[in-house]
Design a protein around this ligand. Sequence first.
Ligand SMILES: Nc1ncnc2c1ncn2[C@@H]1O[C@H](COP(=O)(O)OP(=O)(O)OP(=O)(O)O)[C@@H](O)[C@H]1O
Ligand SMILES: [Mg+2]
Length: 354
Amino acid sequence: MTDWPAVALSRLDDALFITDRSHQIVWQNSFSEELFGVSPEDSRGRLVSEVTGIQQLIPLLDDLFEREISREPVLEKVETVINFSDKRHYFRIAAALVQEADDFTGALVQLTDITRFSEMEKFKGDYVSIISHEFRTPLTSVVLGVEMLRTGMLGELNERGEEIFDAIGDDCTRLTKLVDNLLELSRIESGTIYIQAEPVDAAELVREAVRPLKIQAENKGISLVTELPDVLPPVAADFNKTVWVLTNLIGNALRYTEAGGTITVQVRVGRRRLYFSVKDSGCGIPPEYRDQIFEKFIQVSGPAKRKGGAGLGLAISKEIVTAHGGEIWVESEVGAGSTFTFSFPLFRREGTLG
Ligand SMILES: Nc1ncnc2c1ncn2[C@@H]1O[C@H](COP(=O)(O)OP(=O)(O)OP(=O)(O)O)[C@@H](O)[C@H]1O
Ligand SMILES: [Mg+2]
């Protein structure tokens, strides 16, 4: 009788392997034979990490067998060069526990080729980067021209004219920020984020970020306070990029807090890390959004969405913090406020991070 499940698995456009507890291959489907150029006879008894050239499979499987639960651990975008072509391939890898009544415990490893998808993603990133660059030059001359007209350098404007040019000026500022953010993000996504970590005084970082926003806070009727410990050890950080993160968090707090509210910028010292937080008494963030807002273009729906941002600030902040070996998260209560915190490794004498 035909073994239909085996036929179906062999037709699948994913490479499948079953390994025993010691990661040795006991079965593979025919797609994996083609992809990695090994027959079942060649691969039987060899390590799956060796046959596929994917070293990340070792900790993935170790973890699976150690926990003995069949929740699928997944690796996204693992890169490898496969045998028959010099081209880099990207895989999404899932592994699940296989348990048989006769005591066999093994793992099913599924490799999905996402090379095309990754290439498209890269193409999209390049495209965004080119377009943002192309926007920048004409935008600069528009900003300059508007500024000249607004300040009356080219002749007096009537009241209506002033209003119009003020509005155009504000829109130009917003557009410039958006273009800068898109450029920054495409730079980060193409892997060219360059963190120049030096020993930095955290108090100086906070001062630098708070200073330009003080007036904005006063104008909005919000008090912006800082709480710093007397002694702060140096943190390993890229000064400008960290100021950028703080500025963005305080900027958000200003945007989502009503007049009469308070924003507190705090620094706390842990054993190995320094914690920066920006706490506001604003509208808060519903629980279902608390992870999502760190992804690009995600904004909480409702009135906040109309406040003019593009939803890029936190995505960029997360990339910058992660590139420093730190973490960023939010605690929030709807109607009561939000606290955004990020941690950075302390600077070690030997110059190592962490
Ligand atoms: N302090 C806050 N209080 C309430 N909601 C917030 C706060 N900070 C961020 N959010 C929510 O998270 C979303 C994403 O923030 P993010 O900084 O990434 O984008 P943005 O501020 O909307 O736009 P951009 O930063 O690109 O100008 C915001 O649109 C808002 O809905
Ligand atoms: Mg923002």
